[in-house]
Design a binder for this molecule. Sequence first.
Ligand SMILES: [Ca+2]
Ligand SMILES: [Ca+2]
Length: 441
Amino acid sequence: MRRRLVRVVTALVMAAGFVGVAAGPAAAQPYCDQPDPPPICEGEEDPGPPYGTPSVSLREVVRQPGGLRVSGTASDPNVATGIQVKIAVGSTIVATLTTSATTSAFSGIVPAAPGSQVCAMAVNQGAGENAYSCRSFTPQFNPFGVLENVSSGISGLTLKGWAVDPDTADPVKVEVYLDGRWIRSDTASQSRPDVATVYPGYGDDHGFQVTVPATPGSHQVCVRAVNVGLGATTEIGCRSAVQGSPPARPSLVLTPAPTGTSVAIRVIPSGTLATSFTIQLRGRALTYPPNTWLWTTVYSRAASGATEFTWTASGLTPATQYCWRVLASNAYGSSYASACTTTPMASTDPLPRPTGLMVTALTANSITLSWTDNAVNEQYYRIDRAGAETITVPGTPTTGWMTQTITGLQPGTRYCFDIGAWKDGQDYDPVRDFCGSTASV
Ligand SMILES: [Ca+2]
Ligand SMILES: [Ca+2]
């Protein structure tokens, strides 16, 4: 057993360049030739190390930004002082540490080098030979990390993840490739305490979140972490992602009201991708500040699939140009249709005259008049009589039968009236001189 170990260590020492300071085969082999006591070099018995050989134990090897943190203990029975411990990574001696005289401990951060084994060699003092303690350990040099998530949104694809280069605690650069082509670089410098917990000594500034523009459809996004120090730039993740589409532009039909004060806006969706519609206005609007040529949102609603809707803009000024824009939007963007219209001049034509005028009741002091109302949305009907105050009858939104009793009249007297529908801003065209008489006493 011991012999095999000696051979392994010997091979290592030769490869590691320890030959100059280590006991080579010539030093190890003579013990097998000693007759008394006869060591058994080919059998199972272990002759043990020669007297005076140091004891050494490499307890820990951890990758750190500056190299490797190594620690352990070593001492030589021939001296009470600290001794030297040479550290080798693979075939390269990277550092010489000195043990504590009181605790025999050694520790330090030593440079990293390529290899799959880290060894500590205690340098012998006086009698004995150098002693070794090795651990399998392959220092990593390439950056590593994870592309954790890719999501799509209005600005494109957003990639989240983290990256670390084992050679530095500093944030590393990441490169984003979209469908095989470089598209953006960023620095993985966002706080990721979870990464710091798993890789102590590297700090937490290793997260990245990058948004790259992408056309609608399927894509592959990959992230490479840019190497620092030894190693090579490394791909840390690839993912497939689908960038959604914004809605198609809706259709827009503007219908100004004859009054010139409102416009019906009919919105016809194209397809079903929209999740909301927004109507915007610009123009010399009276009731929609600011009164500028900037688009101002005046109405918003959720989309209902392909169902069209109509919204009426009111409070407008007749004979004025207004421009409307309707945006169909979803998580991936908006498209819009716009159109302009000029509101008509307000009509000054008189409202239709009443018809069917008759006296439907009378007393000595009153006359009840009735008529068919032919006007829509008149403000009121006015009844005028020479020498008397005008009587007003509240208007109606539709046409129909109306009646009004005039009181305070003299018995047996003939009275004549002008009767017509009134609306501000429009001409007045009443039925004139409709007459009736009160009853005689
Ligand atoms: Ca010694
Ligand atoms: Ca590196």
